[in-house]
Design a protein around this ligand. Structure first.
Ligand code: TRP
Ligand code: ZN
Length: 481
């Protein structure tokens, strides 16, 4: 869903109106052969990863049906509801691996081919502005994905206890479902997830059905299933499913009470019985970040904890945590970091991957705000000073131009976070927090660029900040404090 789309459609429909005010019909097979029906672009125009995403349509909703079998295989189907943004004779989806057993557009089998990671659909005639549905059935054994941006495989993970889960940022969503794989095309999602008997299943959003609970036992074919609705627009890379034998969705009443939104976690058996103490501070963290950033942007939150994952990832409404993160002394800070991404990254999403500091710098700055919340402003100052010193020793390059093959480098986190600390000193607390709150409100459920953020900070502060941002984002050296 792109906000600019509505405006574009108004302009286009105006140009289709003849002198009598009647709208010219633009559907039909004949037009498909006319030059005005062309294939959608194979990329959405990302300067770092040009093959990601596609042009010519705007996805509204994905429905993903997925059944994981004990032998490691997965049978899946996706239904994609989209709106054409040009007259389409064909279009691409991003998709890597798997085997496709059927593909229909509006209920009709259409020709398709696979060219690397592009799924190329032809033989359609879809008029600009028309809605259409793509239904694809596929199956296979999920495999890790070699990301263009990271030095380790991402995508689908097969954990040491048989748990299955997805960590896709930035480019691995299309390794588990066919999609328009770029945060510029956000959409709502439905997930129906089925696992073998004894498995717990989870996905983003609100759980609306749970066979296991409802029936008190396994469903007809011996498996268990749950259905989840993500009703806020979501970038494809934030979509996740998680399955594990003995895993459970566990309510956190303490956090739910404190936050005023439902907090629930997806935990393995030992943590279900005895959740880590820091986890129950989730509600307090939501309240603390709301004071700085404005209202929490979604109706649910929680984390999924898995083994065999070395990191943490801010999947929308259900961040993913490796077990070693949960057991680490700094778990609390990683919790704050992933939570902050719900505002910055998930609700306000990137328009291009090169702006990744807008995600990681903001989430890292939230860690500094948590220090301030817990220990006061002197401790906050000390935290900023310590991180500045560490950043100087590390010699980070400019966070505004991260290397495409090492997108999540230390600079986008630490120099990005320190930029915000410096901006706060530069324009004062009032202007700084107003900027953050207006930013998270104005670009909620949409996309923003570095330039959008700079323009807003200048608007709120009432002065030019060009030099400030230039040296912080693009200068070789960390600016003097
Ligand atoms: N965004 C993650 C964070 O919170 C980092 C990250 C990006 C990541 N891609 C990933 C972690 C893939 C695990 C797997 O900092
Ligand atoms: Zn992060």
């Amino acid at each position: 869903m792109r906000r600019a789309l509505a405006i574009a459609l108004v302009l286009l429909s105006a140009s289709c109106t003849n002198g009598d005010g009647a709208v010219t019909a633009t559907t039909g097979v004949t037009e498909a052969t006319s030059p005005s029906f062309t294939p959608g672009a194979p990329g959405i125009g990302d300067d770092y990863y040009p093959s990601l995403g596609n042009g010519g349509y705007d996805v509204q909703h994905y429905r993903i049906d997925l059944a994981y079998e004990e032998d490691g295989s997965v049978g899946a189907g996706v239904a994609i509801d989209a709106v054409a943004t040009q007259n389409l004779s064909g279009f691409n989806l991003d998709f890597a691996g798997w085997s496709i057993s059927g593909l229909q557009v509006d209920g009709t089998e259409v020709p398709f081919s696979r060219d690397g990671e592009e799924l190329v659909i032809t033989g359609v005639a879809i008029a600009d502005g028309d809605e259409f549905r793509v239904a694809i059935n596929y199956s296979g054994t999920p495999a890790p994905y070699e990301s263009a941006a990271l030095p380790f495989p991402i995508g689908w993970f097969d954990g040491p206890n048989g748990e299955q889960f997805v960590a896709a940022e930035p480019d691995a969503a299309h390794s588990w479902f066919p999609c328009n794989d770029h945060p510029l095309d956000k959409a709502t999602f439905t997930f129906a997830v089925r696992g073998p008997a004894g498995y717990g299943t989870a996905a983003n959003g609100e759980r609306v059905l749970n066979d296991g609970d409802d029936a008190g036992s396994a469903s007809k074919d011996g498996g268990v299933a749950s259905q989840w609705e993500m009703t806020s627009p979501m970038a494809t890379y934030l979509a996740t499913v998680a399955l594990g034998r003995g895993w459970q969705v566990v309510a956190d009443p303490v956090s739910t009470e404190a936050a005023g939104i439902e907090v629930r976690n997806f935990l393995p058996a030992d943590l279900s019985e005895d959740p880590p103490a820091a986890l129950e501070r989730t509600g307090e963290m939501i309240r603390t970040l709301e004071a700085a950033f404005g209202p929490y942007p979604f109706s649910r939150y929680g984390i999924a904890v898995v083994d065999g994952f070395p990191s943490a990832l801010e999947n929308q409404t259900l961040s993913l945590f490796g077990r070693q993160m949960v057991d680490a002394p700094f778990f609390e800070y990683v919790l704050v970091h992933e939570l902050a991404h719900q505002w910055f990254g998930d609700s306000v999403s990137l328009a291009r991957w090169s702006d990744i500091w807008l995600n990681e710098g903001f989430a890292t700055y939230a860690e500094m705000l948590w220090v301030e919340h817990l220990h006061g402003s002197a401790a906050y100052r000390e935290e900023v000073a310590n991180r500045t010193q560490a950043a100087r020793i590390a010699g980070y390059g400019p966070p505004g131009t991260p290397p495409p093959d090492d997108l999540f480098n230390g600079s986008v986190y630490q120099r990005g976070g320190l930029l915000l600390a410096a901006l706060r000193d530069e324009i004062g607390d009032d202007a700084f927090f107003t900027t953050l709150r207006v930013y998270s409100d104005r670009f909620a459920d949409a996309n923003a660029t570095t330039q959008d953020f700079i323009a807003l900070a200048e608007e709120v502060a009432g002065r030019d900040l060009g030099v400030f941002f230039d040296v912080w984002l693009y200068g070789d050296e960390l600016p003097e404090g």
